[in-house]
Write a protein that binds this ligand. Structure first.
Ligand code: SAH
Ligand code: F3S
Length: 458
């Protein structure tokens, strides 16, 4: 009998990638994916610990799932309830205390051991807890990935972080920095492309600090890896996320100039425009460094569109500090961004700072920053009207007859087009702009999947 698996992922793209790999690990022991928790025999919440709100969601979801679990007690379709991801890593014991009905708790570095954990959960009434940082890399123990189910895919190349920004839990939940060997990465990329994938986003918490070992004993930087990936026939787009400003090296910047498949969009978190706050955050860049890095990137790739992350209300942030963030945003110009109120996280140095900013001030600053960022995003989107762009059509859109894809600049683009074009790279004429997306119609003849494209906007 096949058993059903339901995984719900929260947070970052790496969790999306991890969920796919968990599916691969569980397939050989008979689990197939369902999108309905009501029929699942194994439910995994793949959690995020980055801000308090993200972590709290898990507990309310667990309460709901437990009601379903209770209904099935004693029947032959019992449910195993598991918590994975970064909340599990950071507060495994707390989960067991608050939700004692949970059967398994495991961190992001142990999911290659899932079959063993599931077997133990069946045998043993006690909770199975596995939040080690094993010496072996999970990547060496995962099965060959199954066939991809879309045209764009994530590929984790680097994981963990040694930067210890004063607000951030990632170094504690994902562990020390680790880069996957180049041959492993290239093999996975080739496998994805052979399965129909046309665009790959390389993932890492510090992806631009990638330094994967290669067969000749040396190491490749991310720039070098991107050059090599671009040689894979049929791969029309490469992206990477998330980058740390101080790790932006010449080889990577030059890749933006030289590698046509590397999309002209970069997510480069700055967090704040105030040098005082950046220092208190333990970021290894000043606002001036950030401006210079952006200038170098833009001289390599003039149409590069930038995105960023911002935190408002970090402990000690004054009105003047916040104004410096607003100045930086006005000066650089972002096409999209994520901004957050500072959320104290247990165990991080900033959480113990005495000068916490009030909730009201945080809300006020966040609203002002988001107004500015939204204006910039809409202005950029409006600038695209009348231009042609090459877009990989990925799936049906919101309305019947529509397909949706991503522009080179990461905007979602909706177009009326036949379903037969899903998976094709087509030239679209942009007709309308909205806050978060573009509308388009089919432009000059569709270019077909494997045609190497010229830059649409230069
Ligand atoms: N380089 C990392 C970024 C980690 S978290 C990665 O891609 O995995 C993503 C963003 O969340 C950060 O850039 C930061 O802006 C925000 N963030 C992290 N910790 C936070 C906290 N304690 N409060 C508010 N925002 C936070
Ligand atoms: Fe977090 Fe800073 Fe690393 S934001 S992921 S500690 S670079």
């Amino acid at each position: 009998m096949t058993k059903k698996l339901f995984i719900k992922s929260y947070g970052c793209q790496m969790n999306v990638y991890d969920a796919e790999r968990m599916t691969d690990v569980l397939k050989p022991i008979g689990y197939s994916v369902t999108d309905r928790p009501e029929e699942a025999n194994l439910v995994i919440l793949n959690t995020c610990h980055i801000r308090e709100k993200a972590a709290e969601k898990v507990y309310s979801e667990l309460g709901r799932l437990n009601r379903e679990k209770i209904k099935r007690t004693g029947k032959d379709n019992q449910m195993i309830l598991a918590v994975g991801g970064c909340v599990a890593q950071a507060e495994g014991a707390e989960i067991v205390r608050r939700a004692p009905y949970v059967d398994m708790v495991f961190g992001p570095q142990t999911y290659h051991r899932l079959p063993e954990m599931v077997a133990r959960a069946h045998r043993d009434a006690n909770v199975v807890l596995d939040t080690d940082f094993p010496v072996e890399s999970k990547f060496d123990h995962l099965p060959e990935p199954s066939a991809p189910n879309g045209y764009s895919a994530f590929l984790t190349v680097q994981e963990g972080c040694d930067k210890f920004c004063a607000f951030c839990v990632v170094p504690y939940t994902r562990g020390a920095e680790f880069s996957r060997p180049t041959t492993q990465v290239l093999a996975e990329a080739a496998h994805l492309v052979a399965g129909g994938v046309k665009e790959i986003t390389l993932l890492g918490q510090n992806v631009n600090n990638y330094h994967g070992s290669c067969d000749d004993g040396g190491e490749w930087s991310l720039g070098r890896l991107i050059h090599e990936m671009a040689r894979i026939d049929g791969l029309s787009g490469i992206r990477y996320t998330t980058s740390y400003p101080a790790d932006m090296d010449d080889e990577l910047i030059n890749a933006h100039r030289d590698v046509e498949q590397l999309m002209p969009f970069l997510h480069l978190p700055v967090q704040s425009g105030s040098d005082r706050i950046l220092k208190a955050m333990n970021r290894r860049h000043s606002s001036g460094d950030y401006r210079q890095i952006v200038a170098r990137l833009r001289s390599a790739r003039p149409d590069l569109a930038l995105s960023s992350d911002f935190i408002v209300g970090f402990p000690g942030e004054s009105d003047k500090d916040f104004e410096k963030t607003m100045d930086l945003v006005r000066e650089i110009g972002f096409v999209q961004a994520y901004s957050f109120k500072y959320s104290p996280r247990p165990g991080t140095p900033a959480a113990a700072e005495p000068l916490q900013v009030s909730e009201a001030v945080k809300s006020e600053r966040l609203a002002a920053l988001q107004d500015l960022l939204n204006d910039q995003q809409l202005a950029f989107n409006r600038d695209c009207i009348g231009k042609e762009m090459n877009v990989l059509l990925e799936r049906p859109g919101r309305k019947p007859g529509q397909l949706v894809g991503r522009s080179p600049y990461m905007q979602a683009v909706q177009v009326n087009a036949p379903e037969s074009l899903i998976g094709s790279l087509v030239t679209l004429a942009i007709t309308d702009a909205h806050g978060n997306s573009l509308s388009a119609h089919l432009g000059s003849a569709p270019t077909g999947p494997f045609v190497s494209e010229k830059r649409a906007i230069a």
